[in-house]
Design a protein around this ligand. Structure first.
Ligand code: 5GP
Ligand code: ZN
Length: 114
């Protein structure tokens, strides 16, 4: 997946403001932040959409959520709150086809989302 933006960021060939990295995940600041904290948590392995997750990926998705919670806490947002978002395909506005968890924090977030 040499043409995939987030594969490139995970491989280090495309620059990003990284906040976390391990064997399975990378996390970095969104280039167009929608909140004071807007971090994307992505698996190193290319998965195009949530529809492409396989049964064995439950642990990977759990690691994404848990890592986002830790990053939120590291920024002091655990008590006041934050939001995690995963967009899938056109109706949700997915624009990068390598799954990513948005972590948003630092302001009051409206509900329902737009
Ligand atoms: P989606 O709309 O697919 O759920 O979210 C894609 C996100 O990727 C958007 O919030 C967008 O701002 C972010 N994004 C797009 N291109 C880049 C980039 O080159 N670097 C970083 N760090 N974020 C990007
Ligand atoms: Zn990819």
């Amino acid at each position: 997946m040499s043409t995939c933006l987030f594969c490139g960021i995970a491989a280090g060939t495309i620059p990003a403001r990284q906040v976390y990295s391990d064997d399975h995940l990378v996390a970095f600041h969104d280039i167009q932040p929608q909140a004071p904290l807007h971090v994307l948590v992505v698996p190193r392995r290319h998965v195009s959409t949530l529809n492409d997750l396989e049964p064995g990926d439950a642990t990977l998705v759990g690691e994404m959520v848990r890592r986002a919670a830790i990053i939120a806490a590291d920024h002091g947002y655990d008590r006041r709150g934050y939001r995690m978002v995963l967009n899938c395909n056109a109706d949700a506005g997915q624009s990068v086809f390598h799954i990513h968890l948005h972590l948003l924090g630092g302001r009051r977030l409206g509900w329902p989302p737009g």
